[in-house]
Design a binder for this molecule. Structure first.
Ligand code: SF4
Length: 113
């Protein structure tokens, strides 16, 4: 069973321009009251922001995912930056030697800590 808050967050994150709250409950196939509770949970968690918006003279909200700074620990293995940044090769992560080497380096660094 999926978590409706997770589903809502995925929908919001997949729309960088934002999603109208008055549309979100239709997309999620829940009633507007349940949608309001889900939105409140996501707002309280800081995962989304809500901006007032008027559509056809009716007040609603645009919901956008908040941007979080990247944790440098997740992109560095020692001094080595994850190779995916700036990579323009066709990606096949399961067979990428550059990524495997970097992960190996990361494991060594973590073992040394
Ligand atoms: S996994 Fe390999 S091919 Fe894919 S983006 Fe990262 S470095 Fe590039």
């Amino acid at each position: 069973m999926t978590n409706p808050a997770d589903d809502a967050l995925k929908v919001i994150q997949s729309h960088p321009e934002g999603v109208l709250q008055s549309e979100l409950w239709k997309i999620l196939d829940v009633d507007s009251r349940k949608c309001s509770r889900i939105v409140k949970r996501l707002l309280d968690s800081g995962l989304i922001e809500r901006i007032e918006y008027k559509k056809d003279g009716i007040k609603t909200y645009v919901l956008k995912a908040t941007r979080r700074p990247v944790d440098p620990c997740k992109i560095l293995a020692g001094d080595e930056l994850v190779p995916c940044i700036g990579c323009d090769e066709e990606c096949n992560a399961q067979e990428c030697h550059r990524l495997m080497d970097w992960m190996y380096q990361l494991a060594i660094c973590e073992a040394e800590e």
